[in-house]
Design a protein around this ligand. Structure first.
Ligand code: HEM
Length: 361
């Protein structure tokens, strides 16, 4: 308890130093916006620091409270950063659609020269985000999704075989781990043209390195104080993770050029949009549109990192929960199996993305 109090006091002090204009925890009172009491906020911070409650569950509680009290929006503190939380559907639509041009910034730490992994679309701001995001659009066309789907089907066979092995030997398995191996094999193959063999070997360098860092003290620190990382030119992740993605882009570019290889994947698309120009931190802050400027090496590294990290855990979590629910609901599982059988019978034993679209309705 003593440690909690000391840590919370230190965090509050640092926050006041780092964010003087927004004087932590009184910002929303100043603005006259409904918020939560500073006392609950200290408890909330302690819970997050000591991993008693996930950050987004706390945000969900806040949203539900505001909605229940009939408020159209509320003032929340994302860790210590004042954050506006709309609850009214029309207001949300305005922010996401009609007024979107005013809301292009993300809050993460950015360093164009020293921290390539920070340069991903989850952190970028303004015109720089728009320019890079518009280049990525071509990686998510329906033709590209179809190729990704076929890759998912291919590794689905390995997934199936592994599950069968567990069933036959009556062994229990940690489904999240196996799902992560499956999504890693799929994303790394489709995105970068690399066979990671995570399912077959039960491991992967990508999973090993990322699982070490995803919930580390360092990543917590960067969420609390992105400004400190920018100020001291610190990297979001350790050199081993950063170098893995730098080597991935540099190595692939060199290998494909030397061997004249064209493979229509995510990294190929980035390489096609690349430029020899290295972006500096001051250029990054320029307001002018970056739509016509090619991607720097560091920007490509940032997008590859985001592509993998955005895809592997999210999809693995969705697969794990689906499988657990199906295991617990035999009737629904039987119904789904019958539906799949009918689709396979009608389409020569193959699944296509078009069937999936019909399925979701
Ligand atoms: C069930 C699985 C998934 C969920 C729930 C999910 C969820 C999300 C959400 C909520 C965002 C928006 C984040 C933000 O703007 O702050 C996002 C963005 C993104 N996701 Fe996913 N995602 C999933 C699967 C994937 C996969 C498989 C990939 C790629 C292999 C992927 C790549 C991306 C990328 C690149 C972005 C950033 C796009 C941008 O900046 O506009 N995601 N995802």
């Amino acid at each position: 308890m003593m440690y909690t109090v000391v840590l919370v006091i230190i965090l509050v002090l640092v926050a006041v130093i780092v964010l003087p204009p927004q004087l932590t925890f009184i910002y929303w009172y100043w603005k006259g916006v409904d918020t939560v009491s500073p006392l609950s906020l200290l408890g909330y911070l302690a819970k997050i620091v000591f991993k008693k409650e996930p950050l987004f569950i706390s945000l969900q509680h806040f949203y539900n409270t505001m909605k229940k009290n009939g408020k159209k929006f509320g003032g929340y503190y994302f860790l210590m950063r004042p954050s506006f939380v709309p609850t009214d559907l029309d207001l949300i639509k305005k922010i996401l659609i009609s007024d979107f041009d005013h809301f292009t910034d993300h809050i993460g730490h950015l360093n164009a020269e020293n921290d390539p992994l920070s340069l991903n679309t989850f952190n970028l701001k303004g015109s720089r985000w728009q320019g890079i995001r518009s280049k990525l659009l071509f990686s998510f066309t329906s033709a590209k999704n179809k190729t990704m789907f076929e890759t998912a089907i291919k590794y689905g066979e390995d997934f199936k075989q592994l599950m069968k092995k567990y069933v036959d030997s009556n062994e229990s398995l940690y489904i999240k781990e196996v799902s992560e191996q499956y999504t890693t094999d799929t994303i790394v193959s489709y995105g970068f043209g690399i066979e990671s063999n995570a399912l077959q070997s039960g491991n992967s360098e990508f999973i090993k390195l990322l699982s070490e860092v995803v919930v580390s003290f360092r990543t917590m620190l960067v969420m609390f104080f992105p400004e400190l990382f920018s100020l001291f030119r610190m990297r979001t992740y350790g050199n081993n993770v950063t170098n893995l993605f730098i080597d991935l882009v540099e190595g692939t570019a060199k290998y494909r050029k030397q061997n004249d290889i064209i493979r229509e994947d995510f990294i190929h698309h980035l390489l096609q949009n690349s430029s020899k120009h290295t972006i500096t931190n001051s250029e990054m802050k320029e307001v002018k549109s970056r739509k016509d400027i090619g991607l720097s090496l560091n920007e490509m590294v940032g997008q590859c990192f985001a592509f993998y990290s955005a895809g592997y855990e999210t999809s693995a979590a969705a697969i794990s929960f689906t499988l657990i629910e199906l295991a617990l609901n035999q009737e629904i599982q039987n119904k789904l199996r019958e539906e799949i059988k009918i689709i396979l019978e009608n389409h020569n034993g193959r699944l296509h993305t078009t069937q999936l679209r019909r399925w979701s309705t």
